[in-house]
Design a protein. Structure first.
Length: 422
């Protein structure tokens, strides 16, 4: 087999770390349709902060790693990895548009004997039934005769500097047993945590989509417990701490479930189930519970304000944190926006402070202003929505008027100064 030259298509939170890692062992080209993104990466900085400047510059300077928006520069590759996002639309239906686009790109450059591996989260069958036909049509070649495929689901955890791509075990698969072994060998050569070769691509696709669905359902359960115990006047975390002394109790905590994985993947599994004539009650019930937590936080904050005799109309509330998780600039599918929107329905003046979030991106994606500097005015209430490390030891009461409410979503503050938490 000829020397492996890798092209990773999509240089976001998933693609860039993987491409950088591959470059330590193979000739690697990163392709992204966003030319400005490629220029910034070639200048040695990753705006997502998933790859440090030091590692990125080492890959470019010492391993020949190249990022490009020019399709001609990936034509001589023979191992293509598709790492584009798979979002849902406004009706929570899977949006495969990025996958179709990436498959078209692959079809334009793929040659006889080449392999294309998909990493994007999908429901079982998408790789073979949706993506491969696009590659066949554009390339004019026949699947499993002229070119081959694999599926290796991404397991990136944005913002996590401990569980980086090489330290997370990788599931692999191929369109034939021989290609499966080849794909597995390529990944195993750079993944320190090892690999697991699944028997088929559909098995690998199914494994990925249930990973986050399982987590979503478990979080939904403790979110429902938070609703119940709050009404009973019992602290949910005290209950979970007590129950957690049992050896097999699962340590989940209530919270907002956003981002591009846990808050999205269950819809892919649900739609797949419905296409096969099964209505997935537990999966969708979990989604409904978790999707409603932003509204719950907002209404509970307002209730506590009313109990304290604080005028809600035209009051000032500050939300601390906007990204979908701590210590990460990613605002995709953040559920903090639900808190903001519900509070605005009460005609409240809402200020969102997050030193991690890019105000330009939040304005473009959500139409709201996010500030990176703390405002000087005093507020009537604060919602601590994201547990950024920069918020540790934060004097939240100093931002507020004498009579105020603090809702601690992430349970990071001293219990004596807060009014409510999940």
């Amino acid at each position: 087999m000829k020397e492996t030259k890798i092209c990773v298509i999509g240089l976001g939170y998933v693609g860039l770390p993987l491409a950088r890692l591959f470059s330590t062992r193979y000739k690697t080209v990163g392709f992204d349709m966003n030319a400005k993104r490629c220029e910034a990466l070639m200048a040695g900085h990753d705006a997502t902060l998933e790859v440090s400047d030091e590692l990125l510059q080492d890959a470019i300077n010492n391993h020949g790693f190249v990022c490009t928006a020019d399709i001609e520069q990936i034509r001589d590759c023979n191992f293509y990895v598709v790492a584009v996002p798979t979002p849902v639309d406004e009706n929570n239906n899977p949006d495969l548009t990025p996958l179709y686009s990436a498959s078209t790109t692959v079809g334009k450059v793929i040659s006889k004997g080449d392999v294309v591996v998909y990493e994007s989260t999908v429901y079982p069958g998408v790789t073979e039934d949706e993506c491969i036909p696009v590659v066949e049509k554009v390339s004019g070649m026949k699947f499993n005769e002229d070119f081959f495929a694999g599926y290796s689901p991404e397991r990136i955890n944005p913002g996590d500097k401990q569980h980086t791509v090489e330290h997370i075990k990788k599931v692999t698969s191929g369109s034939t047993s021989e290609i499966g072994r080849y794909v597995d060998e390529i990944y195993a050569s750079v993944i320190a945590a090892g690999t697991h070769l699944a028997p088929t691509m559909k098995v690998a696709e199914a494994a990925k989509v249930i990973e986050n669905s399982q987590r979503d359902i478990n979080i939904a359960f403790v979110n429902e417990l938070s609703h119940i115990f709050t009404k009973m006047g019992i602290d949910t975390h005290d209950v979970l701490d007590a129950a957690g002394t049992k050896w097999n109790f699962l340590p989940f905590r209530p919270g907002l479930v956003g981002g591009h994985c846990i808050g999205v993947d269950p819809y892919y599994l649900a739609q797949c189930a419905q296409r096969h004539g099964y209505n997935p009650e537990i999966i969708l019930a979990g989604r409904r519970m978790n999707d409603g937590m932003g509204e719950y936080v907002a209404t509970e904050t307002v209730k506590h304000m009313l109990k304290k005799g604080i005028q809600v109309l035209n009051s000032g509330i500050i939300i601390l944190g906007f990204t979908f998780k701590e210590n990460c600039p990613d605002v995709r599918n953040t559920k903090v926006i639900d808190i903001y929107r519900v509070l605005k329905e009460y005609n409240v003046n809402v200020t969102v402070y997050d030193p991690w979030a890019n105000p330009v991106i939040t304005k473009r994606e959500y139409g709201i202003e996010v500030v990176n500097e703390l405002p000087s005015e005093k507020f009537d209430a604060a919602v601590v929505a994201v547990a950024h490390k920069v918020f540790e030891g934060f004097d939240v009461p100093a931002l507020l008027k004498d009579k105020h409410v603090i809702f601690d979503v992430k349970c990071t503050l001293d219990r004596s100064i807060i009014d409510a938490r999940l």
